[in-house]
Design a protein around this ligand. Structure first.
Ligand code: SAM
Length: 190
């Protein structure tokens, strides 16, 4: 299949360059990035958060959908990565790049969008849900699609995925981001 080359926002290109310079290989893929942009654009006055900035690629996708009245806060525990990523957004006062553990985000909650990508997702899933505002959107990527219910990974029930997909405070679903990868997208009930 011939895929059309889709445009990538300049700031994403800049953050990808930072990743390459830093040897960082865990940036989100463009398919996830477009989902992040959509979520940020749906909350034009919202507080948008990300745990695990990396080099700022996901942050840059979120930024590409950021409303004039919105704010974006992201946290990275690797000091050097956080410093490099902060440079990508130095000209925009709506963006804060924090250095430290993901729990620093708690001071900025509740969130209208939360891309939970480094810290929280596995170690405190209930804490992640509690950081969402009513109607707030949660995005978790890097799952492996499963044809089974409950979802399985490596032959075992994927309890973490199941937690998010069946949480009573969430309306949640799993979507394919590529044929081989999926994301959980959820909205916190009012
Ligand atoms: C998958 S990468 C992030 C990619 C980035 N969100 C993107 O979309 O391009 C995960 C990042 O989370 C950071 N991280 C892991 N645990 C963390 C924690 N407890 N607090 C803050 N950052 C953390 C790692 O250092 C790593 O840079």
């Amino acid at each position: 299949m011939i895929m059309e080359e889709r445009a990538v926002p300049p700031r994403v290109v800049a953050a990808e360059r930072v990743a390459s310079e830093a040897g960082f290989k865990k940036s989100c893929i463009p398919e996830v990035g477009r989902l992040l942009r959509l979520a940020a654009a749906a909350k034009p006055h919202g507080i948008i958060a990300e745990s695990g900035t990396g080099s700022g690629v996901g942050t840059a996708w979120l930024h590409s959908g950021l409303g004039a009245g919105a704010r974006l806060v992201t946290v990275e525990r690797d000091q050097e990565l956080a410093r490099r990523a902060a440079n990508v957004f130095a000209d925009d006062k709506r963006v804060s790049v924090l250095t430290g553990d993901w729990r620093l985000l708690e001071h900025h909650a509740p969130f209208d969008v939360f891309f939970c990508d480094g810290g929280g997702k596995r170690d405190d899933p209930q804490g992640v849900v509690e950081l969402l505002a009513p109607g707030g959107l949660l995005i978790l990527d890097d799952f492996t699609p499963s044809p089974y219910w409950p979802p399985r990974f490596s032959g075992e029930v994927d309890e973490l995925r199941l937690f998010y997909l069946t949480h009573p405070a969430l309306d949640a679903t799993e979507i394919l981001t590529t044929p081989a990868s999926s994301a959980v997208v959820a909205a916190r009930r009012l």
